[in-house]
Write a new protein. Structure first.
Length: 254
């Protein structure tokens, strides 16, 4: 096998949540380009952009509606995917949400919503497809983490709690499943241009403060995560377990 073959995803079926926009859409396009058959979920957005991309390039795409805030829907969708797709080789737990409000004003509904989507649903998906991977002794699970898997953030206590918990879950699952050929890892994006960071970019003071700390000197784009995702989804990362690959333009090194 030559060096480039290590990164090939040909013949691999990759499930990506929240693939209709932002980071999820970008990762779906990148992994399809690397040879993967894409299984995409979305809640209520417009999946046509991804559908058109795959049709234009001759890539395989299956699409499912999934509401990560609805536990019954999660289990029903998992069963539907397993029935129709047989097995998933790579799971990318990407979809998530954020609520911005100071801790003293962060009500229970905000907390419950963020934790249910960003943590509970992620574990349910990882458990279901991880069980399949353990049985066949091969598979990759990639969680999209955050800089707030390592830091506290400002006015986002529920988001920080969820992303810090995901960092621990990566280690816990890796400890159990590495011996069965299942690699569980994460990608921690830095400040990326997405809907979730729109409020920060529109705040002139916060935007300037953030940019001043990024050694790379710019906000990241969703495409900046493509290489890390292809690496962790491919056989090139077969001896990488329980790791979180930070893609942040140097933010944490500052």
């Amino acid at each position: 096998m030559n060096g480039l073959d290590l990164f090939s995803l040909k013949g691999k079926k990759v499930l990506i949540t929240g693939a209709d926009r932002g980071i999820g859409f970008s990762l779906a396009c990148a992994l399809a380009s690397a040879g993967a058959d894409i299984v995409a979920t979305y809640r209520s957005g417009d999946i046509s952009k991804l559908d058109n991309f795959c049709k234009e390039n001759g890539y395989s795409l299956s699409v499912y509606r999934l509401d990560l805030a609805n536990r019954d829907n999660i289990y029903a969708t998992i069963n539907e995917i397993i029935e129709k797709e047989t097995s998933i080789d790579v799971l990318i737990n990407n979809a998530g949400t954020i609520q911005r409000k100071p801790a003293a004003d962060h009500d229970d509904l905000m907390w419950d919503e963020v934790l249910s989507i960003n943590l509970d649903a992620q574990f349910i998906l990882a458990k279901a497809f991880g069980k399949q991977m353990v049985e066949k002794k091969q598979g990759k699970i990639i969680f999209i983490c955050s800089l707030l898997s390592f830091q506290g953030g400002i006015n986002v206590p529920s988001y920080t709690a969820s992303k810090s918990a995901i960092a621990g879950l990566i280690k816990a699952l890796s400890n159990e499943w590495a011996a069965f050929g299942v690699n569980v890892n994460g990608i921690a994006p830095g400040y990326i241009i997405t809907d979730n960071t729109k409020a920060l970019r529109e705040d002139e003071e916060r935007n300037a403060s953030i940019l001043s700390r990024i050694p790379c000197g710019r906000w990241g784009s969703p495409e900046d995560l493509s290489g890390a995702a292809i690496f962790l989804a491919s056989s090139a990362s077969n001896y990488v377990n329980g790791a979180i690959l930070v893609v942040d333009g140097g933010w944490l090194a500052r």
